[in-house]
Design a protein around this ligand. Structure first.
Ligand code: NAG
Ligand code: NAG
Ligand code: NAG
Ligand code: NAG
Ligand code: NAG
Ligand code: NAG
Length: 370
C-alpha cells in the first residue's frame, strides 16, 4: 500500500494527538458523566431522559457530574390544562425556573405572604427559595423550562418518578396526549412519600387564577418596569431584560444580568446570570479563568466557543451546555456579533460576580455602538 511521507506524518501526528487527548475522554458526551470532569452536552442529547406523563426531563448537570454543586435540567412538554406538579415545598433546595422557550405559569407563596403568580415567556425567571410553596403549568406547545436546583443531586427525584426514555430522533418530547393519570405528577398518596427527596406536599394550596397581563396580583410589576432581585429568603421574579444589568468592558463587551447573586444564595453559595457577549476582537486576549467552584454555560442565543483544560475548542449553539469543574482553566468567547448564555457558578466569586465587580451599572440589554 502506498503511503506518502506526508500521510505518514499526518497519521503520526493524529496518533500523538489522541494519546495526548486529556484522559482520552471525549469532551462531547451523551449524558452527564458520573464523576467530575469537563464536558459538553448538546441540546436534546439523551442526558438520562425520563418521561413523567407528557413531560420529558433531561439532566445536563447532575449531582455526580458536579460533585453536588447544582443540577441543571430541562423540561419539554406540550401545553396542559392542569398543573405540571402538585404544590410542594423544598426545605433545603433552591429551585430556579428559567424560560428557554414557549410559555408556562409559576406560582409561589412563602409562609403567610401573598400568593404570587406569573406567566413566564422566554428569558423570564422565577426564584423559588427554600420553603416556598410552588407549582407550575406549561401552557404552550413548544415550551422548554430550564431548572437549576442547588445543591445538586435533586435529579434523583425524577429518576425515581419517571420512566427512562430513548428515541431514535432525539425528539424534544413525545408527541402524545396526556393520559390523564398523572398530569399533575404523582398522586397525593405518592407525593407524601417523597420527603426523602426534599419534597413536602402542600395539598391545601389552591393556585390563584386571577392573572391580569401575566401577573397576579395585577399590581405586581411584570414586563412593565424594572424588577429588583429578591430580599434574602423571599421568592421573586425577573422579566427578561427588566432586571439589573452591568456592562463589563475589560475584554470586549459583556452585559451581565444577574438572577441570583451570592446575597440571595446565602449559605448555598452560588450565582446565576445571563451574560451577553459581543464578538471577540482579534487584538484582544480572551482571559483564562480558573474558578474555585464548578461552572456551566447554556447557550440561549448565538454561538459560544469554549476552550477547557487541554481540550480542543468547542463551539456551542442554542441549548448546548458546557460544564467546567473547579480548578480547571478555561476561556470562552463569541466569534459572532451577539451571543447570550445562561451562566451558573458555584461559590461566591464566579465569573458573573467578577464581571459585575469589574463593570458598571448599565441600563440596556445591548452593547455601546463603539
Ligand atoms: C400514563 O401515565 C403513567 C404515568 O406516567 C404511565 O405509567 C403509563 O404508562 C401511561 N399510560 C399510557 C397509556 O401512556
Ligand atoms: C425550612 O423550614 C424548615 C422547617 O419547616 C426548617 O427546618 C429549615 O431550616 C428551613 N430551611 C431554610 C433554608 O430556611
Ligand atoms: C434507567 O436508566 C439508568 C441510566 O441509564 C439506569 O441506571 C437504570 O437502570 C434504568 N432504569 C430502568 C428501570 O431501566
Ligand atoms: C397547609 O398544609 C401544610 C402541610 O401539608 C401545613 O403545614 C400548613 O400549615 C397548612 N396551611 C394552612 C393555611 O392550612
Ligand atoms: C394590562 O395591559 C394593558 C395594555 O398594556 C393596560 O392598558 C392595562 O392597564 C393593564 N392592566 C392592568 C390591571 O395593569
Ligand atoms: C483593537 O483594535 C481596535 C480597532 O479595531 C481599537 O479601537 C482598539 O483600541 C484595539 N484594542 C487594543 C487593546 O489594542
Amino acid at each position: 500500500m502506498f503511503s506518502s511521507p506526508a500521510l505518514i506524518t499526518a497519521l503520526a501526528l493524529a496518533t500523538a494527538a489522541s494519546a495526548f487527548a486529556v484522559n482520552a475522554n471525549p469532551l462531547y458526551v451523551e449524558e452527564a458523566p458520573d464523576h467530575l470532569r469537563p464536558y459538553v452536552i448538546q441540546h436534546y442529547k439523551n442526558s438520562h431522559a425520563v418521561t413523567i406523563d407528557t413531560q420529558l426531563y433531561r439532566f445536563m448537570v447532575t449531582g455526580p457530574s458536579s460533585e453536588n454543586a447544582f443540577t441543571l435540567l430541562a423540561t419539554n412538554a406540550p401545553g396542559s390544562g392542569s398543573l405540571g406538579v402538585l404544590p410542594h415545598i423544598h426545605r433545603r433546595h433552591y429551585e430556579n425556573f428559567f424560560n428557554y422557550k414557549g410559555r408556562f405559569q409559576l406560582w409561589v407563596q412563602k409562609d403567610n405572604g401573598e400568593q404570587q403568580a406569573r406567566v413566564l415567556s422566554p428569558g423570564d425567571y422565577g426564584a423559588v427559595v427554600p420553603n416556598t410553596t410552588h407549582t407550575f403549568q406549561i401552557t404552550d406547545p413548544d415550551t422548554e423550562l430550564l431548572g437549576v436546583i442547588v445543591p445538586g443531586g435533586f435529579e434523583d427525584l425524577f429518576y425515581a418518578l419517571g420512566t427512562n426514555f430513548t428515541s431514535g430522533t432525539d425528539t424534544p418530547y413525545v408527541p402524545s396526549k396526556s393520559n390523564g393519570s398523572s398530569s399533575a405528577g404523582p398522586d397525593p398518596g405518592m407525593i407524601a412519600s417523597l420527603q426523602e427527596f426534599d419534597v413536602y406536599a402542600q395539598l391545601n394550596f389552591t393556585e390563584r387564577r386571577d392573572l391580569v397581563n401575566g401577573s397576579a396580583p395585577s399590581s405586581a410589576t411584570w414586563h412593565s418596569s424594572t424588577n429588583a432581585l429578591g430580599e434574602v429568603g423571599e421568592p421573586y421574579f425577573v422579566a427578561n431584560g427588566y432586571g439589573p444589568k452591568y456592562l463589563n468592558s475589560l475584554h470586549g463587551y459583556q452585559i451581565v444580568q444577574p438572577l441570583v447573586t451570592p446575597k440571595q444564595a446565602q449559605s448555598l453559595e452560588y450565582s446565576m446570570s445571563t451574560i451577553s457577549i459581543n464578538a471577540a476582537k482579534p487584538n484582544v486576549t480572551v482571559p483564562t479563568y480558573t474558578l474555585e467552584g464548578a461552572a456551566a454555560f447554556e447557550v440561549l442565543e448565538g454561538l459560544l466557543t469554549v476552550q477547557i483544560g487541554d481540550y480542543e475548542e468547542a463551539t456551542l449553539s442554542s441549548g448546548d451546555v458546557a460544564f467546567i469543574p473547579p480548578a480547571v482553566p478555561f476561556k470562552y468567547w463569541s466569534d459572532i456579533a451577539f451571543t447570550k448564555v445562561l451562566f451558573i457558578g458555584a461559590g461566591t466569586n464566579s465569573i458573573d460576580t467578577q464581571l459585575i465587580a469589574g463593570g458598571k451599572s448599565w441600563d440596556y440589554v445591548t452593547f455601546p455602538t463603539q
